[in-house]
Design a protein around this ligand. Structure first.
Ligand SMILES: [Zn+2]
Ligand SMILES: [Zn+2]
Length: 270
């Protein structure tokens, strides 16, 4: 989600792997959100990436990317599938989908929501045993939602699986003012990553430059019923993010400040 100047360096530092299934989501065309893209693509090419890379971004990005690649004679070892961003579902993966919604910034900008599809219910081992279904292949087929036949009798997954469990979701604001649309868009997200450029004392600047304060991010997370909030995109005017974090925690206690390499585990909801 976005690709600032430091992106490729962090990819290598944290061993994220450059030839994985990957999707790049760009919220808007300000330098701090795209300056790392060409370098990242080039590094992927040099590490012999072969998988197609999908990029979802405002349409104008494509022209800039194509021209830069041509002028700098950058050839890639993989295909890029470009998807112009629009409201609604912008990508469907095997077990997830990504939706986009309009943000409110000084130029065209978008927010994204990564959604895991509902997962199968919990497998009832005792029930499977009592029905005489042998452990092994038959069990895993049922877990994957397939009907199996044992001794001429067919068994449906619903006989041994609990109700489907909702998938987890992650929201990402990009640069934006807090809006009611975004509070709805991020409704119930397990994790919300929201920009927090300013502290409350600089709230006038947040309005003027179309950004959010830490308190506004926290209020939006609360209104959306998000489970956890990660603040990011701090203005360089603040030496440390502590004050912004404290401000947000007063409104929404489950708040963290983003830092390089931060790992947040998102537990499955039951
Ligand atoms: Zn911006
Ligand atoms: Zn920015």
């Amino acid at each position: 989600m976005d690709c600032g100047e430091g992106a490729q360096g962090r990819f290598v530092k944290f061993g994220l792997g450059l030839n994985r299934e990957m999707l790049i989501l760009i919220t808007h065309l300000h330098g701090d959100h795209v300056n790392g893209l060409v370098g990242l693509l080039q590094t992927m090419g040099m590490s012999q990436r072969i998988r197609t890379l999908t990029i979802v971004a405002p349409q104008e990005l494509l022209g800039w990317l194509e021209m830069t690649m041509k002028v700098l004679h950058i050839g890639l070892t993989f295909d890029v599938a470009f998807v112009p961003v629009r409201s609604g579902v912008v990508h469907r993966g095997k077990d997830f989908r990504v939706r986009a919604a309009r943000a409110s910034h000084s130029i065209e900008a978008w927010s994204f929501r990564f959604e895991e599809l509902p997962r199968p219910g919990v497998f009832d081992r005792a029930k499977a045993d009592s029905l005489g279904i042998p452990e092994g292949k038959k069990w895993s087929s049922l877990q994957r939602g397939r009907t199996v036949v044992v001794g001429g009798v067919s068994f449906h997954p619903s006989q041994v699986l609990g109700p489907a469990r909702p998938g987890r979701s992650i929201g990402y604001s990009g640069d934006t003012r807090p809006t009611r649309r975004l509070a709805r868009f991020f409704s119930g997200a397990e994790l919300l990553i929201f920009e927090s450029t300013f502290a409350s004392k600089d709230a006038d600047k947040a309005v003027e430059r179309k950004h959010s304060t830490a308190s506004e991010a926290a209020q939006l997370a609360k209104d959306a019923g998000a489970k956890r909030l990660v603040l990011t995109h701090f203005s360089a005017r603040y030496r440390r993010a502590d004050a912004l974090l404290r401000e947000a925690q007063k409104i929404f206690p489950e708040t963290l400040a983003a830092s390089d390499g931060l790992v947040v585990e998102i537990l499955p909801s039951q």
